[in-house]
Design a protein around this ligand. Structure first.
Ligand code: BGC
Length: 759
């Protein structure tokens, strides 16, 4: 049966079974009013609660049907190694069969957090809209934009025939060389939690399931299948786990994807502490846990530890563990029937709670309507514009003056497009790849530039000027062009991808040399970085301005041009610290050996514990190159009237922010808290922020409440949070290192439960 007819069958069953679940024809509605026999499929009644529906459906299922919905297949042909399930969508992440007899649809799974991805490089299939990278969206500090972006890619997922989106990457940046930093939400639990939650909410507003991933402590790609992230319970719960906890509370993702790595010696997908204790018991999580592709290592062990659904079990794991092996475990009593029921029930509950059963898919066109793509380009562009961070702007070199007669544009294929991040999250662009023939052409590639040219976007804005491109491969040639120009824009990029880490924090190739040469030739040099995460800048003192544009997505060229020319303000703020050198990191040398991918090894995350990112630099009193929260605007903002008050464990902070500059702009006032007596992992934590948009002269009064867990430490003995009595500083600033004013609150000692939902 093809996937299309399969979905058709589901729809027919739904209509037959539950009139109230759907908009129905009047005659049918009439019939529904008569006292009738109990409906054949009562779980299809959308008026019932998801829990009730899951109970009813489960009760009607055979054991084989329960096993059906806890086992996933791969969705991509990669012959001779993998053959996709015939009912999957081509070149997709995966597929889980449904139970047509009961009106339970299949699950069609697609990556990822920046849009609808395509697996494999054998074909440029499924052109879709790519958001800027996850770290870029975090740099907007704007949950509303994150929601809109999520809603947009979730719509494309649904319109493409998918009802499960493998999105919600939220691993904290402990390692700036991590190849997947671009998929995640930065280094702070509160910011990452807010942004990733908003994206997940947006995705799930389309009645599809979103995951949150990769649970947990999946901090580097080197040795990702074997590395053990070792960390104490308290440090984990105050850092990486706290980010998951915040995001899960705020967005209720229907699925959690457990990670490849081990945590304290045990694989994440068979880690009883992570899955059963923390996630399901402490946080009261009601969704299901799916394994990452190849992350399940056992049947009963994983099931008993809390894994509910094996992903691509036909392809990536050593055996189809949740198929015959788990059935054998059940027969032998190694796993209980109650646990199998719980696994299936969690999957069912998610399907009902998300609305995907009540809102059947209508098919997966290879091409989306041009009008939809055009509308979605605006959404991604808005995200990219607010994500761009103006790191340095000496002498107000930016925004670019309209009087420049000659502008040199150098490097990074800026004549044709913008780079994107690689791996399973790769979205293929409409209009084809802007640069052909790049290596690696296959996994972990391909390397894809989206056809949105910064050069063309700039030329369109400077009709009277000569805007000339040089590819930057020869520093001397680029310098010559720069010397002949009024100003120079050097684009520099860094391709990062799933499965490998960056070798260093330096820009790859000879780009540092090119920037240096151009800056030596023309003081008016602006550097535009298109990177997965932080890079070091040996040339920083020589250049006039630096802009971090991340991977800016489908409309990236246009977004960059609009920020450079000042059509929109520069309003991104760093969601991660940029270190001066790898020597300042908790682990100057990356653990593991990429040449020995099978050798087990440990990463000691107790070195920094919960002092991730800026907290580490604060603790060690090390000056970063650019601090967390930093970013300049083309306008100027002033803060006043900071007050902080405490009522029980509730701290309320309020202040005024005023645009005192010459033009409209956006700012992100940030609130940091810290105990005067110390005792935390680091001197201070981000406790709140607000993105504001203000006309010149306008001001806004902002009130924020602080999540009490951000005032507490984890108390292992009490199995809860504990706020120490004493005085706390509440600081307001424009970055973690630019604090304008400080207020104090005095808190009484308090104990808090592990989570509002847990016990
Ligand atoms: C990645 C996941 C992804 C999955 C399916 C894995 O390699 O780690 O993030 O969702 O593949 O493509």
């Amino acid at each position: 049966m093809t996937s299309t007819t399969w979905r058709g069958l589901t729809l027919a069953l739904l209509i037959g079974a539950s009139a109230s679940a759907l908009t129905v024809a009047p005659a049918l509605a009439q019939a529904a009013k008569k006292p009738a026999a109990a409906p054949a499929h009562p779980w299809l009644n959308a008026k019932l609660a998801a829990d009730k529906r899951a109970d009813l459906a489960l009760a009607a299922m055979t054991n084989d049907e329960k096993f059906t919905i806890i086992f996933g297949y791969f969705g991509s042909d990669m012959k001779p190694k993998y053959t996709r399930h015939p009912d999957s969508l081509d070149a997709s992440a995966g597929y889980v069969a449904g139970v047509p007899r009961l009106g339970i649809p299949g699950q069609w799974q697609t990556d990822a957090g920046v849009g609808v991805a395509t697996q494999g490089s054998h074909q440029d299939l499924r052109a879709r809209t790519a958001l800027p990278s996850g770290i870029a969206t975090a740099a907007t500090w704007n949950p509303e934009l994150a929601f809109k972006g999520g809603a947009m890619i979730g719509k494309e997922a649904r319109d493409s025939g998918f009802n499960v989106q493998l999105a919600g990457g939220i691993n904290l940046m402990r390692e700036p060389r991590n190849g997947r930093n671009f998929e995640y939400g930065g280094e702070d639990p509160w910011l990452a939690g807010a942004i990733v939650a908003a994206q997940i909410k947006g995705i799930q507003s389309n009645h599809i399931i979103s995951t949150i991933k990769h649970y947990a402590l999946n901090g580097q790609e080197t040795g990702r299948f074997v590395v053990s992230s070792n960390i104490s319970d308290a440090a984990a719960r105050t850092s990486d786990l706290l980010a998951f906890q915040f995001a899960i509370e705020q967005s209720d993702p229907h699925s959690v994807m457990c990670a490849y790595n081990r945590v304290n010696g045990t694989y994440a997908c068979e880690n009883d502490w992570l899955l059963n204790t923390v996630l399901k018991k402490d946080w009261g999580y009601k969704g299901y846990v799916m394994s990452d592709w190849g992350a399940d290592h056992s049947s009963a062990k994983a099931a008993n530890a809390g894994l509910d659904q094996e992903s691509a079990g036909d392809a990536f794991d050593k055996a189809p563990f949740f198929g015959a092996p788990l059935k054998a475990d059940l027969a032998a009593g190694r796993v209980s029937q109650a646990r199998i029921d719980d696994m299936a029930r969690r999957v069912l509950r998610a399907m009902f709670a998300s609305g995907l059963v009540d809102h059947p898919l209508k098919g997966g066109p290879d091409a989306l309507p041009a009008a939809e793509l055009a509308a979605h380009a605006k959404v991604t562009q808005a995200d990219a514009e607010e994500a761009i961070v103006l790191l340095k702007n000496d002498g107000d070199l930016l925004p670019l003056v309209k009087t420049a007669k000659t502008i040199a544009v150098v490097g990074a294929h800026a004549d044709v497009g913008v780079l994107s991040g690689g791996g399973s999250s790769q979205v293929y662009p409409a209009g084809g790849r802007a640069v052909k023939g790049l290596q690696p052409a296959t996994w972990p590639g391909p390397v894809i530039y989206y056809p949105s040219s910064p050069l063309k976007a700039l030329q369109a804005r400077y009709p009277g000027a000569k805007v000339v491109y040089d590819d930057g491969t020869d520093p001397a040639r680029a310098a010559k062009l720069a010397a002949e120009s009024d100003l120079a824009l050097v684009f520099a990029d860094q391709w990062t991808t799933e499965s490998v880490d960056a070798e260093s924090l330096n820009l790859p190739g000879n780009q540092d040399a090119t920037i240096d040469a151009v800056a030596s030739a023309n003081k008016k040099t602006v550097v535009v970085l298109i990177t997965g995460g932080p890079v070091v800048m040996p040339w920083l003192d020589k250049v006039g301005a630096v802009v971090e544009a991340w991977y800016p997505g489908t409309a990236g060229g246009e977004a960059i041009a609009r920020v450079l020319t000042g059509e929109v303000d520069a309003s991104g703020r760093l969601p991660v610290s940029f270190p001066k050198s790898v020597a300042d990191l908790p682990r100057p040398k990356l653990d593991g050996d990429p040449k020995k991918p099978g050798d087990l090894f440990d990463v000691n995350y107790d070195i920094e514990g919960a002092a991730v990112g800026y907290k580490w630099y604060d603790l060690k009193q090390v000056q970063p190159l650019f601090p967390f929260g930093h970013g300049l605007s083309y306008s100027k903002f002033a803060y006043s009237n900071l007050t902080a008050s405490a009522a029980g464990d509730k701290v309320t902070v309020s202040f005024d922010v005023k645009n005192v500059g010459p033009r409209a702009g956006k700012d992100v006032p940030q609130v940091y808290v810290g105990p005067k007596a110390g005792g935390w992992e680091a001197p201070k934590r981000l406790a709140g922020f607000k993105k504001v948009s203000l006309a010149p002269g306008a001001s806004q009064h902002v009130t924020l409440t602080v999540d009490p867990r951000l005032l507490a430490v984890w108390d292992g003995k009490a199995h809860g949070w504990s706020i120490a009595a004493g005085q706390y500083d509440v600081a307001l600033g424009s970055s973690s290192r630019a604090l304008a004013s400080t207020a104090q609150v005095t808190l009484a000692a308090r104990s808090l439960p592990v989570s509002p939902a847990g016990k």
